[in-house]
Design a protein around this ligand. Sequence first.
Ligand code: NAD
Length: 492
Amino acid sequence: MATATPTVRDEYRLLIGETWVPGSAGTYDIVNPATEEVVAQAPEGSADDARAAAAAAKDAFESWSQTSPKERAELMRAVARRIHERADDLIPLVIAETGCTATVGKQMQVPVAASRFERYARGALEPSVIPLPPQEVPATALAPGGIMGAMARRAPVGVVACITPYNFPIVNMAGKIGPALAMGNTVVVKPAPQDPLAVIELVAILEEVGFPPGVVNVVTGSGPETGEALVDSPDVDMISFTGSTGVGIRIAEAAGATMKRLLLELGGKGAGIVREDADLENAIGQIGSVWSFHSGQICTAPTRAIVHRSRYEELVGGLTKMAGMLPVGDPLEKGTVVGPLISGAHRDRVEGYVGIGRDEGAEVVAGGGRPDMERGFYMRPTLLAECRNDMRVVREEIFGPVIVVIPYDDDDEAIAIANDSDFGLYDYVFTGDSAKGLAMSRKLRAGNVGINTVQRNHETPFGGTKLSGVGRDGGSFGLHAYSELQSVVWPG
Ligand code: NAD
C-alpha cells in the first residue's frame, strides 16, 4: 500500500447543491506537520457559502427524507466500497495533512471511515418504529373515547451541520454523515481548517456513487466564519459538533437562539486509575498510548495517571522507560511511533503546558521538549510526576503527548481525584479484581469507562458528561442521535 507523496488536485472546491464552486474568499495553505511544506490549497469559504450550502441541504431534505431505507443503505455501501478502492490515494493524503504515522493512517483513518459507512448502511435498515400498547381512554370534551392505538417512530431531524476537529478528519466525519444520512437527514459538512482535503474527497465519493444534489454539501475555511454561519442559519436544524469545549460552549450559546438540536462531543482529561493490584505492565502499555497513539491528540486518552502510592515508583519508572523507547520522527518512516503535532501553534501550546507544570511544582521525568529535528512540529513523549489535582496541567486538556501522574492512598480518594475534573469523557480502571473495577466504574462520572483496556467497542454509546459534551452517538445510538421521536395515534 502506498504511503509516500500524496496525489493532490490542482484545485479543491466546495460542493454546494449540485455545483462544485471555488471558495468565495479564495484559498489557503494546508501544511504538512511533518515537513512544514504546503500540501495543497484548500478553498477559503465565506459565511455566504455556508448559508448557500445550508439552503441547498434544506431544498434536498423533502425528497431525500422520503427515500427508502434500502436505497439509502445501498448508497452507503457503495461509499464504503469506493473508500476501500481509493485507499491508496486517500491514505497518503490523510498522512500528509494530519501528520499521523503510516500505521495510524493505514489502520485507523481510512479503513475505519469505510467501516462506519458499512455500519450505517446496516443502520438504515434497523427498525425505526416503536410499537406502543393500545390504551383505553374515556370520552372527554376533546374527543370520543375508545381504544387508542399508538406508535413512536424515528423521524429525521432535518438539515444537520457536521463540524469536526482535525485529529481524525474522515473517521470523525464518517461517524456523523453515516448515521445522519441513514436516518434521512441532509448534511452540510464543515471539516477542521487544518486538514479538510480528504473530507472533500470523501464528499466527492458520496456525489460519485449517486447521493442526489444537496443531500451532502461541503464548506471549508481557515477561520470560524463558515462554522459560525451554519450555527446561526435558520435552515440548519441540528449541529453535530466534535471539538474543543470552548468552541462547544460558544456553539451551545449561539444555537439556543434557533433552538437547534445539539450533539456535542467535546474535550477530555481521562483518568487512568491504577490500583495496587493492577497488572503494571498492562497499565503502563495502555496509559502509554497517550504517547504512542497519534501523539496524544486523542480526546479519550488516559492523560491523568492516578496511581496507588504503593505502585507509584514502579509506574513512573515503567512509563519513563517506555517514553525513552518510542521512536519520534517522520511519520512515513517504518518504526516511527510518535509523529508530529498538527501545527507549530499547537506545539507551542503543549510546550507551554510543560513550563506551567514545572512552575507549579511538577517534576518533568521524561521528555519536556522537542527532539533534535530540523523541520516538523515534533514533541517528545513527556511525563510529569509529583502532580496535584489543583495544577493547571492536571485540570486542563493539553491534547498532546503529555501524561501527568498523581498518587493516591485508597479507592475512595482515587474516585474523588478522578471526578474532581471539569471533564467526564473517558476514564479507566486498572485492577486485578474485576468486581472492584466494575464497582469503581459505577462511581466514575464519565460517559465511558474502560477496565484494564483502552480498546473500544464501537457499538457502545459514546459521549461525555459535564464539560465533555451532550448526547451520545456510536452504534445504534448514533441513529437515535440523528432522529427525533414522532408519535402517531389512531382510534382502534
Ligand atoms: P476546535 O474546537 O478548535 O475546532 C473544531 C471545529 O470547530 C473546527 O472545524 C473549527 O473550524 C470549528 N469552529 C471553530 N470555532 C467555531 C465556531 N465559533 N462555530 C462553529 N464552528 C467553529 O477543535 P480542534 O482543535 O480541531 O480539536 C481538538 C479538540 O477536539 C480537543 O478538545 C478534543 O478533545 C476534541 N475532540 C473531542 C472528541 C470527542 O469525541 N469528544 C473527539 C476528537 C476531538
